[in-house]
Design a protein around this ligand. Structure first.
Ligand code: F6P
Length: 328
């Protein structure tokens, strides 16, 4: 391993996700193992701009593997979008003797990291942490599995009351631009319909399917709607439209919101975060830079930040067919 990297910075940025603490822990512990220093920057890029950081050793990350959120806090920094903001951040890293950064977040984080590295010649490694799972170069992002379990648990509970009252529930889940959470939780919770931005099935088809459900003897139904879905303007308008056209249905809307971002990470997310972050530190020590680590076919791989940003993580649309068959 090369010894030009003596001090690594780590931060969490963008929307938080369960498992970010396990990731921070893995960075700090890997640094301790390889006998290099680690510093944690607060509030993502903003902490780099403000020079707001803390020294981290193996003990500073004790008992955080099970905690949701991020002990380093998270933010979306407007100032970092400007060359002046990035210059301040670079000056602060130099002052603090930080040789390289590990950036835990989503595509906004990687976009910022890539331009920062190019402008200031500071090596960065991205670690995918977002509940949305919408990052190319990894089959799973940190927090996605926990969010899925939270959603399935919530829909199971909604199912109980939907069934008691013979109601139709529209459950909105997160995913501003991607339907991963909706699609997988929908199949996992046995939803009757799943609406995602990647596939516009149309309002007529939704009405026909709900009508078929009713005629087949189903007394209650769950429709999982991704927040990024374009079929209705929003989930409330969608519910209104359906009720107008199918007046026999007693419809309700539940927006799950930010509970999906919290909670203790699943074992899967803890192990994923641990594996990705050990690799992130090792890549820097090998002299690699401007890469994103990812989980591909149960192996930890890496791809360039450029491809992570340019290419698209395709959703498995066959799950819609599976859902159709199983909601008969
Ligand atoms: O973390 C990703 C995400 O959960 C999106 O699905 C959602 O649209 C967004 O973050 C909302 O985040 P915030 O409320 O922090 O802006």
């Amino acid at each position: 391993m090369s010894n030009t990297i003596k001090r690594i910075g780590v931060m969490t940025s963008g929307g938080d996700s369960p498992g970010m603490n396990a990731a921070i822990r893995a960075v700090a512990r890997s640094c301790a193992y390889y006998k290099i220093q680690c510093v944690g920057f607060y509030r993502g890029f903003q902490g780099m701009i403000d020079g707001d950081f803390v020294e981290m050793d193996a003990r500073s990350v004790k008992n955080i593997i099970s905690r949701g959120g991020t002990i380093l806090k998270s933010a979306r920094s407007k100032e970092f979008l400007t060359p002046e903001g990035r210059q301040k951040a670079a000056d602060n890293l130099k002052k603090a003797d930080v040789d390289a950064m590990i950036l835990i977040g989503g595509d906004g984080t990687f976009r910022g990291g890539k331009i920062f590295s190019e402008e200031h010649n500071i090596p960065v490694i991205g670690v995918p942490g977002t509940i949305d799972n919408d990052i190319f170069g990894t089959h799973y992002t940190i927090g996605y599995d926990t969010a899925l379990n939270t959603v399935v648990d919530a829909i199971d509970k909604i199912r109980d009351t939907a069934s008691s009252h013979n109601r139709l529930f529209f459950v909105e889940v997160m995913g501003r631009d991607a339907g991963f959470i909706a699609l997988n939780s929908g199949v996992g919770a046995g939803a009757e319909e799943i609406l995602i931005p990647e596939e516009n099935l149309g309002l007529e088809r939704l009405l026909a399917s709900l009508e078929r459900s009713r005629n087949s003897g189903k007394m209650s139904s769950i429709v999982v709607v991704s927040e990024g879905d374009k079929i209705g303007k929003n989930v409330f308008e969608l519910a209104e439209y359906v009720t107008k056209n199918l007046p026999d249905y007693d419809s309700k809307v539940t927006v799950l919101g930010h509970i999906q971002r919290g909670g203790s990470p699943s074992c899967f997310d803890r192990v994923l975060a641990s594996r990705l972050c050990v690799k992130a530190v090792e890549l820097l020590l090998e002299g690699k830079r401007d890469l994103m680590v990812g989980f591909v076919n149960n192996q930890i791989e890496s791809c360039t930040l450029e491809s992570a940003l340019k290419e698209k993580h395709d959703i498995n649309l066959d799950l819609l067919r599976i859902s159709d068959i199983l909601s008969t």
